[in-house]
Design a protein around this ligand. Structure first.
Ligand code: NAI
Ligand code: MG
Length: 485
């Protein structure tokens, strides 16, 4: 390659996905008992597109009264229909939902990217297919619970209250609703206030699939609405994904009650690169672990540990790769990094970048052009981070990587586990024995080896320590919605 060609700044032509497949109503009411009903206080709030700050729609704000109506509908549906019909019938409905998500996959992907800011490539190739897969997977178990848990008599809890975050809006709804339905529970689900639209689209599908009224209720609102679900006396089980702070509030709120809970909270995952790792693949894994999806992933590989002997090579290649990341329009199929989900989240990320600088860490940011409107953050890396630095200890939830070095296996295991969290980790090495040794000592719910951020409905996901408790996905995720005699 001649020098001239090498230095040329190649740009891809824009390849925007059309938004024409997306039908977004001007206003959404609450989906309760199979119908769209107005909120009792008449209040609505706006949801915007974080890539351009335009208003997409307004959605109802449910208060305690609405929550009560929704829980009553779910209870009635549980008592009168859902617990009475055969498991085979339940499965049919869940399969139907899975197929309908597939049929409307493009619309879901487009709306997900518009409402939340994630690149269309990710919502199209990851979020939506995985959401459909979760429904397919759990539909398959619905009439086989006795085989899933032999010699035990599994029984549904009753009504599940489910509260989900904004980073994987449709996927989190699928993670929560599919196993609940398969096990015979009914549901009141609340999406996050910045990304309610795909859950409301899912409500449309649930209506079209002719699920019995009240089996799934989808209500919108912010933290207060979530708290009203948690505190409602007739909820049997809470499933929550979100911040550790809110997880702690929920734990306190249900202490002393009979409510069961699964809490999937924050993370500060270690991604460990040994000197014998395939370096190019590892660099791609680092990029995938922290920069794709704007770092809005609870299992993001936000702490990078590189063995000293390959440090220079890894960091040089990583910076070079960071420079080629395309930040911008989430609807463009070339985009690697979309918009930050909200101005609040951007402020949080910027606060941590300022803390990282103040602590004297060496910062590197790729020189990319950021759009004027919307919420954006450049892919950021901090070198020479100390174990005690806040950017190495606290969850940032943005495209910010804290890099540390290590010399020995024992040293990196100790450093990686020295965190209040324990959701996930990654290990890159050529040696199978090293993988077994390190992964078995990692205090994290999910450990990837020579890959990162891979998900599958058959595989349980969940945390240790402040990352929460309980598992979603696989048989573990099924048992989280069942009691056993
Ligand atoms: P959050 O935990 O406040 O929101 C998650 C969900 O909980 C939303 O649906 C929200 O409306 C609801 N909620 C809020 N307060 C509640 C309460 N008292 N009772 C019941 N439900 C309540 O998260 P937020 O404020 O959006 O993000 C803050 C930080 O949380 C992020 O910077 C990130 O570090 C972390 N986070 C972690 C996620 C994960 O997947 N583990 C997802 C989203 C955020
Ligand atoms: Mg939005």
């Amino acid at each position: 390659m001649s020098k001239k060609t090498k230095d040329k700044n190649w740009n891809y032509s824009p390849a925007p996905e059309s938004s024409s497949s997306a039908t977004i109503e001007k206003r959404y009411n609450l989906f309760i008992n199979g119908k769209w009903v107005k909120p009792s206080n008449g209040k609505y709030f706006k949801t915007i597109n974080p890539a351009n700050e335009s208003v997409l729609s307004e959605v109802a704000e449910a208060n305690e009264k609405d929550v009560d109506i929704a829980v009553k509908a779910a209870r009635k549906a549980y008592d009168k229909t859902w617990s009475k019909i055969s498991a085979k019938e339940r499965a049919k409905y869940i399969y139907r939902i899975a197929r309908m998500i597939q049929e409307r996959a493009r619309e879901f992907a487009v709306i997900e990217s518009m409402d939340g800011g994630k690149p269309i490539r990710e919502s199209r190739d990851v979020d939506v297919p995985l959401a459909a897969n979760h429904f397919f997977y759990y539909a398959g178990w619905a009439d086989k619970l006795e085989y899933a848990f032999p010699m035990r008599k599994p029984k549904a809890y009753g009504v599940a209250g489910q509260i989900i975050p904004w980073n994987f809006p449709l996927l989190m709804a699928a993670w929560k609703i599919a196993p609940a339905l398969a096990t015979g529970n009914t549901v009141v689900l609340k999406p996050a206030e910045t990304t309610p639209l795909t859950a409301l689209k899912l409500a449309e599908i649930i209506q079209e699939a002719e699920l019995p009224d009240g089996v799934v209720n989808i209500i919108t609102g912010a933290g207060k609405t979530g708290a009203a679900i948690v505190n409602h006396p007739d909820i049997d089980k809470i499933a929550f994904t979100g911040s550790t702070n809110v997880g702690k509030i929920i734990q306190q709120a249900i202490a002393g009650t009979n409510k069961k809970a699964t809490l999937e909270l924050g993370g500060k995952a270690a991604n460990i690169i040994f000197e014998d790792a395939p370096i190019d693949q590892a660099v791609e894994g680092i990029i995938n672990g922290i920069y794709f999806n704007q770092g809005h992933v609870c299992c993001a590989g936000s702490r990078l540990f590189v063995q000293e002997s390959v440090y220079d090579e890894v960091i040089r290649k990583l910076k070079w790769r960071m420079k080629s990341l395309i930040v911008g329009d989430p609807m463009d199929k070339n985009t690697d990094i979309g918009a930050i989900n909200s101005s609040e989240q951007l402020k949080t990320i910027e606060k941590y970048i300022a803390i990282g600088k103040k602590d004297g860490n060496q910062i590197f940011q790729s020189e990319c052009f950021l759009p004027k409107k919307g919420f954006w953050c450049k892919p950021t890396l901090f070198e020479n981070v100390a174990q005690s630095d806040r950017i190495a200890q606290e969850e940032i939830f943005g495209p910010v990587l804290a890099v540390q070095t290590f010399r020995t296996v024992d040293e990196v295991i100790a450093k990686a586990n020295n965190t209040p969290f324990g959701l996930s980790a990654g290990v890159w090495t050529d040696k199978g024995s090293k993988i077994f040794n390190v992964t078995s000592k990692m205090k994290a719910g999910v450990v990837w080896a020579n890959t990162y951020n891979k998900f599958d409905p058959t595989s349980p996901f969940g945390g240790f320590k402040e990352s929460g408790y309980g598992r979603e996905g696989g048989l573990h995720g099924l048992s989280a919605y069942l009691k056993f005699d």
